[in-house]
Unconditional design. Structure first.
Length: 119
């Protein structure tokens, strides 16, 4: 988001000051706005992420099962791996959205540079 703000303030402002090819400046701003929106989506809280197990829930589960320590360790290891795998799917999707945000910023820079170069 910071990179988009800096690039927009320097290149976007100069591109809008040019009387010719104003449509390119507007296209650049569209890409910059897309970059900002995608960045906000990536940074927004995600309910799909798991950061902890419920302590009381874990306790009650193992009390009901009368599990020995080895079984507790095995079960917790599998639960943690399941949470990690689930989180990794969300993180991988966020990385793809972040790459799109970067792509939109690169396109904004390219369009504005083209517009400034044509003047």
């Amino acid at each position: 988001m910071t990179a988009t703000a800096i690039v927009t303030s320097f290149l976007g402002g100069r591109a809008l000051d040019q009387p010719d090819h104003r449509y390119l400046a507007i296209v650049g701003f569209a890409f910059a706005i897309a970059s900002l929106l995608l960045s906000v989506y990536v940074l927004a809280p995600k309910a799909d992420l798991d950061f902890a197990l419920s302590g009381p829930g874990v306790y009650e589960h193992f009390v009901e099962q009368t599990s020995d320590l080895a079984e507790v360790k095995r079960t917790l290891a599998y639960w943690n791996q399941g949470a990690y795998d689930s989180n990794q799917q969300v993180v991988d999707a966020l990385i793809r959205w972040f790459r799109r945000a970067i792509g939109a910023l690169v396109l904004a820079v390219a369009v504005w540079s083209l517009e400034l170069g044509l003047h």
